[in-house]
Ligand binder design. Structure first.
Ligand code: AMP
Length: 411
Protein backbone atom coordinates (compact mmCIF):
# COMPACT_ATOMS: atom_id res chain seq x y z
CA UNK A 1 0.00 0.00 0.00
CA UNK A 2 1.18 3.56 -0.72
CA UNK A 3 0.56 6.75 1.24
CA UNK A 4 -1.37 8.03 -1.78
CA UNK A 5 -3.81 5.14 -1.42
CA UNK A 6 -4.48 6.37 2.12
CA UNK A 7 -6.05 9.50 0.58
CA UNK A 8 -3.54 12.00 1.92
CA UNK A 9 -3.21 15.44 0.34
CA UNK A 10 -0.36 16.36 -1.96
CA UNK A 11 1.14 18.72 0.62
CA UNK A 12 1.56 15.78 3.02
CA UNK A 13 2.75 13.37 0.31
CA UNK A 14 5.43 15.86 -0.71
CA UNK A 15 6.76 16.07 2.87
CA UNK A 16 6.70 12.26 3.17
CA UNK A 17 8.63 11.78 -0.02
CA UNK A 18 11.27 14.26 1.22
CA UNK A 19 11.58 12.05 4.30
CA UNK A 20 11.97 9.05 1.96
CA UNK A 21 9.02 7.23 3.48
CA UNK A 22 7.92 4.98 0.65
CA UNK A 23 5.24 2.83 2.30
CA UNK A 24 3.18 3.20 5.46
CA UNK A 25 4.14 1.04 8.45
CA UNK A 26 1.48 -1.45 9.71
CA UNK A 27 0.26 0.88 12.45
CA UNK A 28 -0.08 3.68 9.91
CA UNK A 29 -1.89 1.47 7.43
CA UNK A 30 -4.43 0.45 10.07
CA UNK A 31 -4.84 3.72 11.94
CA UNK A 32 -4.85 6.42 9.25
CA UNK A 33 -8.12 5.33 7.53
CA UNK A 34 -9.88 5.02 10.90
CA UNK A 35 -8.86 8.50 12.00
CA UNK A 36 -9.84 9.98 8.63
CA UNK A 37 -13.18 8.27 9.12
CA UNK A 38 -13.55 10.20 12.43
CA UNK A 39 -13.47 7.06 14.57
CA UNK A 40 -12.13 6.90 18.11
CA UNK A 41 -9.13 4.58 18.17
CA UNK A 42 -7.32 2.62 20.83
CA UNK A 43 -3.98 1.51 19.43
CA UNK A 44 -1.53 -0.80 21.04
CA UNK A 45 1.77 0.19 19.48
CA UNK A 46 5.13 1.15 20.80
CA UNK A 47 7.77 3.61 19.77
CA UNK A 48 9.64 2.61 16.66
CA UNK A 49 6.53 1.36 14.87
CA UNK A 50 5.83 4.75 13.26
CA UNK A 51 2.95 5.53 15.59
CA UNK A 52 3.56 9.29 15.67
CA UNK A 53 2.90 9.60 11.94
CA UNK A 54 -0.06 7.23 12.38
CA UNK A 55 -1.89 9.98 14.25
CA UNK A 56 -0.06 13.09 12.97
CA UNK A 57 -0.78 12.49 9.27
CA UNK A 58 -4.55 11.99 9.50
CA UNK A 59 -4.89 14.86 12.00
CA UNK A 60 -3.08 17.18 9.60
CA UNK A 61 -5.27 15.88 6.79
CA UNK A 62 -8.49 16.49 8.73
CA UNK A 63 -7.41 20.00 9.69
CA UNK A 64 -6.12 20.98 6.24
CA UNK A 65 -9.50 20.40 4.73
CA UNK A 66 -11.03 23.23 6.74
CA UNK A 67 -8.36 25.78 7.43
CA UNK A 68 -9.03 28.17 10.26
CA UNK A 69 -8.20 31.87 10.48
CA UNK A 70 -4.75 32.67 9.08
CA UNK A 71 -2.97 33.59 12.33
CA UNK A 72 -4.06 35.32 15.52
CA UNK A 73 -7.66 34.18 15.45
CA UNK A 74 -6.64 30.52 15.27
CA UNK A 75 -8.19 28.09 17.70
CA UNK A 76 -6.48 24.97 18.99
CA UNK A 77 -8.21 22.12 17.16
CA UNK A 78 -6.03 19.21 18.04
CA UNK A 79 -4.36 18.45 21.35
CA UNK A 80 -1.73 15.77 21.89
CA UNK A 81 -0.94 14.86 25.49
CA UNK A 82 2.44 13.29 26.10
CA UNK A 83 3.92 12.12 29.41
CA UNK A 84 7.47 13.42 28.96
CA UNK A 85 8.94 16.65 27.76
CA UNK A 86 11.32 15.00 25.33
CA UNK A 87 8.59 12.99 23.71
CA UNK A 88 6.40 16.10 23.47
CA UNK A 89 9.23 17.94 21.69
CA UNK A 90 9.72 15.03 19.34
CA UNK A 91 6.02 14.87 18.44
CA UNK A 92 5.92 18.62 17.79
CA UNK A 93 8.91 18.25 15.51
CA UNK A 94 7.25 15.40 13.58
CA UNK A 95 4.07 17.47 13.09
CA UNK A 96 6.20 20.33 11.75
CA UNK A 97 8.05 18.03 9.35
CA UNK A 98 4.91 16.33 8.01
CA UNK A 99 2.98 19.59 7.93
CA UNK A 100 5.78 21.58 6.29
CA UNK A 101 3.73 22.34 3.15
CA UNK A 102 0.51 23.17 4.99
CA UNK A 103 -0.46 26.40 6.74
CA UNK A 104 -1.11 24.60 9.99
CA UNK A 105 0.81 25.72 13.05
CA UNK A 106 2.02 23.36 15.76
CA UNK A 107 3.40 24.34 19.16
CA UNK A 108 4.61 22.49 22.23
CA UNK A 109 4.29 23.33 25.93
CA UNK A 110 5.90 21.46 28.81
CA UNK A 111 7.06 22.09 32.35
CA UNK A 112 10.57 22.55 33.70
CA UNK A 113 11.10 25.61 31.54
CA UNK A 114 9.90 29.23 31.55
CA UNK A 115 6.18 29.64 30.88
CA UNK A 116 6.31 33.16 29.37
CA UNK A 117 7.76 32.27 25.92
CA UNK A 118 5.14 29.51 25.67
CA UNK A 119 2.38 32.04 26.39
CA UNK A 120 3.71 34.31 23.63
CA UNK A 121 3.65 31.48 21.09
CA UNK A 122 0.12 30.49 22.08
CA UNK A 123 -1.11 34.06 21.80
CA UNK A 124 0.04 34.12 18.18
CA UNK A 125 -2.38 31.28 17.45
CA UNK A 126 -1.80 27.55 16.91
CA UNK A 127 -3.85 24.77 15.31
CA UNK A 128 -2.16 21.81 16.96
CA UNK A 129 -0.83 21.78 20.51
CA UNK A 130 1.44 19.12 21.98
CA UNK A 131 1.63 19.28 25.78
CA UNK A 132 2.59 17.55 28.98
CA UNK A 133 -0.36 17.43 31.41
CA UNK A 134 0.89 19.68 34.23
CA UNK A 135 1.94 22.64 32.11
CA UNK A 136 -1.21 22.41 30.02
CA UNK A 137 -3.40 22.68 33.11
CA UNK A 138 -1.29 25.60 34.39
CA UNK A 139 -1.79 27.49 31.15
CA UNK A 140 -5.48 26.67 31.15
CA UNK A 141 -5.85 27.99 34.69
CA UNK A 142 -4.21 31.22 33.59
CA UNK A 143 -6.74 31.47 30.75
CA UNK A 144 -4.08 31.28 28.06
CA UNK A 145 -5.53 28.14 26.53
CA UNK A 146 -9.03 27.50 25.32
CA UNK A 147 -9.88 23.83 24.80
CA UNK A 148 -13.45 24.44 23.59
CA UNK A 149 -12.57 23.82 19.96
CA UNK A 150 -10.61 20.56 20.22
CA UNK A 151 -11.69 18.24 17.42
CA UNK A 152 -9.08 15.53 17.93
CA UNK A 153 -7.53 14.63 21.28
CA UNK A 154 -4.57 12.22 21.39
CA UNK A 155 -3.35 10.50 24.54
CA UNK A 156 0.09 9.16 23.69
CA UNK A 157 1.98 6.59 25.76
CA UNK A 158 -1.09 6.18 27.97
CA UNK A 159 0.46 3.41 30.08
CA UNK A 160 3.38 5.62 30.98
CA UNK A 161 1.00 8.48 31.74
CA UNK A 162 -0.68 6.22 34.32
CA UNK A 163 2.66 5.03 35.73
CA UNK A 164 3.71 8.62 36.20
CA UNK A 165 0.54 9.48 38.12
CA UNK A 166 -1.05 11.69 35.46
CA UNK A 167 -4.36 9.84 35.38
CA UNK A 168 -6.39 12.53 37.14
CA UNK A 169 -4.81 15.29 35.09
CA UNK A 170 -5.59 13.39 31.90
CA UNK A 171 -9.22 12.90 32.91
CA UNK A 172 -9.49 16.58 33.80
CA UNK A 173 -8.02 17.63 30.44
CA UNK A 174 -10.42 15.35 28.61
CA UNK A 175 -13.36 16.96 30.41
CA UNK A 176 -12.11 20.44 29.53
CA UNK A 177 -12.32 19.62 25.83
CA UNK A 178 -15.62 19.77 23.99
CA UNK A 179 -17.75 16.61 24.13
CA UNK A 180 -18.06 16.19 20.37
CA UNK A 181 -14.46 15.30 19.75
CA UNK A 182 -12.57 12.36 18.38
CA UNK A 183 -10.19 10.67 20.84
CA UNK A 184 -7.17 8.51 20.01
CA UNK A 185 -5.34 6.57 22.66
CA UNK A 186 -1.91 5.05 22.04
CA UNK A 187 -0.23 2.78 24.52
CA UNK A 188 2.74 0.44 24.30
CA UNK A 189 1.13 -1.97 26.75
CA UNK A 190 -2.54 -2.39 27.64
CA UNK A 191 -2.78 -2.94 31.39
CA UNK A 192 -6.22 -3.05 32.95
CA UNK A 193 -6.05 0.61 34.03
CA UNK A 194 -5.44 1.79 30.47
CA UNK A 195 -8.42 -0.27 29.28
CA UNK A 196 -10.48 1.30 32.05
CA UNK A 197 -9.42 4.80 31.03
CA UNK A 198 -10.24 4.02 27.41
CA UNK A 199 -13.66 2.70 28.39
CA UNK A 200 -14.52 5.89 30.24
CA UNK A 201 -13.40 8.42 27.63
CA UNK A 202 -13.51 6.75 24.18
CA UNK A 203 -16.72 6.30 22.22
CA UNK A 204 -17.07 2.80 20.67
CA UNK A 205 -13.41 2.78 19.72
CA UNK A 206 -11.83 0.80 16.91
CA UNK A 207 -8.88 -1.29 18.00
CA UNK A 208 -5.48 -1.42 16.37
CA UNK A 209 -3.08 -4.00 17.68
CA UNK A 210 0.50 -3.95 16.49
CA UNK A 211 2.24 -6.65 18.37
CA UNK A 212 5.84 -5.65 18.65
CA UNK A 213 6.75 -7.70 21.65
CA UNK A 214 8.14 -10.74 19.87
CA UNK A 215 9.01 -9.28 16.47
CA UNK A 216 10.98 -6.38 17.84
CA UNK A 217 13.69 -8.66 19.07
CA UNK A 218 14.42 -10.38 15.76
CA UNK A 219 17.45 -8.32 14.69
CA UNK A 220 18.88 -8.14 18.16
CA UNK A 221 21.51 -10.42 19.61
CA UNK A 222 20.65 -10.64 23.26
CA UNK A 223 23.12 -11.60 25.97
CA UNK A 224 22.58 -12.24 29.63
CA UNK A 225 25.32 -11.82 32.22
CA UNK A 226 24.74 -13.17 35.72
CA UNK A 227 26.77 -11.12 38.15
CA UNK A 228 26.61 -9.96 41.78
CA UNK A 229 25.04 -6.51 42.19
CA UNK A 230 28.21 -4.86 43.56
CA UNK A 231 30.18 -6.14 40.58
CA UNK A 232 27.95 -4.62 37.92
CA UNK A 233 30.01 -1.45 37.57
CA UNK A 234 33.18 -3.50 37.07
CA UNK A 235 31.45 -5.74 34.55
CA UNK A 236 30.23 -2.66 32.70
CA UNK A 237 33.73 -1.15 32.57
CA UNK A 238 35.14 -4.49 31.47
CA UNK A 239 32.68 -4.78 28.59
CA UNK A 240 33.13 -1.16 27.52
CA UNK A 241 36.89 -1.71 27.40
CA UNK A 242 36.83 -5.04 25.62
CA UNK A 243 33.57 -5.79 23.90
CA UNK A 244 31.02 -3.03 23.38
CA UNK A 245 31.74 -0.36 20.81
CA UNK A 246 29.78 2.47 19.24
CA UNK A 247 26.72 4.36 20.43
CA UNK A 248 25.28 2.86 23.56
CA UNK A 249 22.37 3.50 25.88
CA UNK A 250 22.71 2.18 29.41
CA UNK A 251 19.44 1.79 31.29
CA UNK A 252 19.18 2.06 35.05
CA UNK A 253 16.06 1.79 37.16
CA UNK A 254 16.71 4.79 39.40
CA UNK A 255 17.87 8.38 39.01
CA UNK A 256 20.40 7.81 41.77
CA UNK A 257 21.78 4.83 39.86
CA UNK A 258 22.12 6.92 36.70
CA UNK A 259 24.11 9.62 38.50
CA UNK A 260 26.36 7.10 40.24
CA UNK A 261 27.23 5.26 37.03
CA UNK A 262 27.78 8.50 35.14
CA UNK A 263 30.32 9.65 37.76
CA UNK A 264 32.21 6.34 37.51
CA UNK A 265 32.29 6.35 33.73
CA UNK A 266 33.42 9.99 33.61
CA UNK A 267 36.19 9.15 36.08
CA UNK A 268 37.25 6.41 33.69
CA UNK A 269 37.40 8.90 30.82
CA UNK A 270 34.34 7.80 28.89
CA UNK A 271 32.26 10.29 26.91
CA UNK A 272 29.00 10.08 28.79
CA UNK A 273 25.73 11.97 29.10
CA UNK A 274 22.67 11.18 31.14
CA UNK A 275 18.96 11.90 31.32
CA UNK A 276 16.49 11.42 34.14
CA UNK A 277 13.50 13.17 35.62
CA UNK A 278 15.36 15.23 38.23
CA UNK A 279 17.47 17.04 35.63
CA UNK A 280 16.32 20.36 34.26
CA UNK A 281 14.76 20.32 30.84
CA UNK A 282 17.71 22.14 29.31
CA UNK A 283 20.20 19.66 30.85
CA UNK A 284 18.17 16.75 29.46
CA UNK A 285 17.93 18.31 26.03
CA UNK A 286 21.64 19.14 25.98
CA UNK A 287 22.56 15.55 26.92
CA UNK A 288 20.24 14.21 24.24
CA UNK A 289 21.58 16.55 21.56
CA UNK A 290 25.17 15.71 22.41
CA UNK A 291 24.36 12.03 22.09
CA UNK A 292 22.48 12.49 18.82
CA UNK A 293 25.35 14.62 17.43
CA UNK A 294 27.80 11.92 18.52
CA UNK A 295 29.72 14.25 20.87
CA UNK A 296 29.21 11.56 23.52
CA UNK A 297 28.75 7.90 22.66
CA UNK A 298 27.21 6.69 25.92
CA UNK A 299 23.86 7.85 27.28
CA UNK A 300 22.69 6.65 30.68
CA UNK A 301 18.95 6.90 31.23
CA UNK A 302 15.99 5.86 33.31
CA UNK A 303 13.16 4.20 31.42
CA UNK A 304 10.78 7.06 31.89
CA UNK A 305 13.21 9.67 30.57
CA UNK A 306 14.10 7.56 27.55
CA UNK A 307 10.66 6.26 26.67
CA UNK A 308 9.57 7.23 23.21
CA UNK A 309 12.80 8.90 22.21
CA UNK A 310 13.65 8.33 18.60
CA UNK A 311 17.38 7.78 18.61
CA UNK A 312 18.74 6.23 15.45
CA UNK A 313 21.72 4.01 14.85
CA UNK A 314 22.23 2.61 18.31
CA UNK A 315 24.85 -0.10 18.35
CA UNK A 316 24.07 -1.55 21.75
CA UNK A 317 21.84 -1.35 24.77
CA UNK A 318 23.00 -2.27 28.26
CA UNK A 319 20.42 -3.24 30.84
CA UNK A 320 22.50 -2.38 33.86
CA UNK A 321 19.52 -3.20 36.06
CA UNK A 322 17.02 -5.78 34.85
CA UNK A 323 13.66 -4.12 34.33
CA UNK A 324 10.98 -5.33 36.74
CA UNK A 325 8.30 -5.04 34.04
CA UNK A 326 8.87 -7.48 31.19
CA UNK A 327 7.56 -5.12 28.48
CA UNK A 328 10.15 -2.56 29.51
CA UNK A 329 12.85 -4.99 28.42
CA UNK A 330 11.31 -5.08 24.95
CA UNK A 331 11.20 -1.28 24.81
CA UNK A 332 14.77 -0.97 25.92
CA UNK A 333 16.36 -3.44 23.56
CA UNK A 334 14.06 -2.29 20.75
CA UNK A 335 16.15 0.89 20.60
CA UNK A 336 18.84 -1.05 18.81
CA UNK A 337 18.44 -3.22 15.70
CA UNK A 338 16.09 -0.73 14.04
CA UNK A 339 15.31 -0.37 10.35
CA UNK A 340 16.84 -3.71 9.38
CA UNK A 341 20.13 -3.12 11.23
CA UNK A 342 21.49 -5.66 13.66
CA UNK A 343 21.71 -4.62 17.27
CA UNK A 344 23.00 -6.14 20.44
CA UNK A 345 21.83 -6.04 24.03
CA UNK A 346 23.68 -6.87 27.23
CA UNK A 347 21.67 -7.52 30.38
CA UNK A 348 23.24 -7.69 33.82
CA UNK A 349 21.26 -9.88 36.20
CA UNK A 350 21.99 -10.11 39.91
CA UNK A 351 20.60 -12.82 42.20
CA UNK A 352 17.55 -10.78 43.21
CA UNK A 353 16.64 -10.11 39.56
CA UNK A 354 16.36 -13.67 38.32
CA UNK A 355 12.58 -13.68 38.50
CA UNK A 356 12.48 -10.67 36.20
CA UNK A 357 14.45 -12.67 33.62
CA UNK A 358 11.95 -15.50 33.81
CA UNK A 359 9.02 -13.20 33.10
CA UNK A 360 10.90 -11.47 30.26
CA UNK A 361 11.68 -14.82 28.66
CA UNK A 362 8.03 -15.82 28.96
CA UNK A 363 6.94 -12.63 27.24
CA UNK A 364 9.38 -12.82 24.33
CA UNK A 365 9.11 -16.61 24.00
CA UNK A 366 12.89 -16.83 23.91
CA UNK A 367 15.56 -18.00 26.29
CA UNK A 368 18.17 -15.28 26.37
CA UNK A 369 21.62 -16.77 25.77
CA UNK A 370 23.86 -16.55 28.82
CA UNK A 371 27.45 -15.36 28.51
CA UNK A 372 29.32 -17.23 31.19
CA UNK A 373 32.78 -16.33 30.06
CA UNK A 374 33.32 -13.13 32.01
CA UNK A 375 35.32 -12.19 35.10
CA UNK A 376 32.46 -11.43 37.52
CA UNK A 377 30.20 -14.50 37.65
CA UNK A 378 27.34 -14.58 40.11
CA UNK A 379 28.13 -17.99 41.41
CA UNK A 380 30.09 -20.25 39.11
CA UNK A 381 28.55 -23.31 40.76
CA UNK A 382 24.95 -22.15 40.55
CA UNK A 383 22.87 -23.43 37.69
CA UNK A 384 19.56 -21.68 38.02
CA UNK A 385 16.72 -22.46 35.67
CA UNK A 386 17.24 -19.35 33.59
CA UNK A 387 20.85 -20.34 32.88
CA UNK A 388 19.80 -23.38 30.93
CA UNK A 389 19.71 -22.92 27.20
CA UNK A 390 19.78 -26.01 25.13
CA UNK A 391 21.78 -25.85 21.91
CA UNK A 392 22.79 -22.21 22.24
CA UNK A 393 25.61 -21.50 19.82
CA UNK A 394 27.01 -18.97 22.22
CA UNK A 395 27.38 -21.21 25.24
CA UNK A 396 30.99 -21.50 26.09
CA UNK A 397 30.48 -24.55 28.29
CA UNK A 398 31.67 -24.89 31.84
CA UNK A 399 35.22 -23.86 32.30
CA UNK A 400 37.91 -26.07 33.75
CA UNK A 401 39.30 -25.37 37.20
CA UNK A 402 42.56 -24.30 35.52
CA UNK A 403 40.86 -21.76 33.30
CA UNK A 404 38.90 -20.41 36.27
CA UNK A 405 42.15 -19.70 38.04
CA UNK A 406 43.30 -17.75 35.00
CA UNK A 407 40.38 -15.42 35.22
CA UNK A 408 42.64 -12.75 36.68
CA UNK A 409 43.76 -11.95 33.13
CA UNK A 410 40.45 -10.15 32.65
CA UNK A 411 41.14 -7.53 35.33
P1 AMP B 1 7.76 6.47 16.00
O1 AMP B 1 7.25 5.09 16.28
O2 AMP B 1 6.68 7.43 15.68
O3 AMP B 1 8.68 6.96 17.08
O4 AMP B 1 8.64 6.38 14.66
C1 AMP B 1 9.85 5.68 14.61
C2 AMP B 1 10.71 6.11 13.44
O5 AMP B 1 10.18 5.64 12.20
C3 AMP B 1 10.87 7.61 13.28
O6 AMP B 1 12.24 7.89 13.03
C4 AMP B 1 10.05 7.96 12.08
O7 AMP B 1 10.59 9.08 11.43
C5 AMP B 1 10.18 6.70 11.23
N1 AMP B 1 9.03 6.43 10.33
C6 AMP B 1 7.73 6.64 10.61
N2 AMP B 1 6.97 6.24 9.58
C7 AMP B 1 7.79 5.76 8.63
C8 AMP B 1 7.61 5.19 7.31
N3 AMP B 1 6.39 5.02 6.80
N4 AMP B 1 8.70 4.81 6.63
C9 AMP B 1 9.93 4.96 7.16
N5 AMP B 1 10.19 5.49 8.38
C10 AMP B 1 9.14 5.88 9.11
Amino acid sequence: MSFKALQLSNSLLKALSEKNYSVPTPVQESTIPLVLDKKDVIASAQTGTGKTAAFALPILELLISKLDAPKKGKKIRSLIISPTRELAGQIENDFKVYGKYTNLRTAVVFGGTSIEPQKDILKKGVDILVATPGRLLDLHKQDIINLDYIEVLVLDEADLMLDMGFIDDVKKIERLCQKQKQTLLFSATMPYKVEQLANTILKTPERVQISATSSVTKNINQWLYFTPKPKKIELCLHLLRNTIKGNIIIFRRTKFGVDKLEKTLLKNNYNVGSIHGDKTQSARQTALNRFKNKEVNILIATDVAARGLDIDNLDAVINFDMPNVAETYVHRIGRTGRAGNTGISYSFCSADEKDYVLSIQKLIHTTIPVEENHPYPLDPKAKPEVHKKKGSKHRKGRKSAASKKKKKRWY
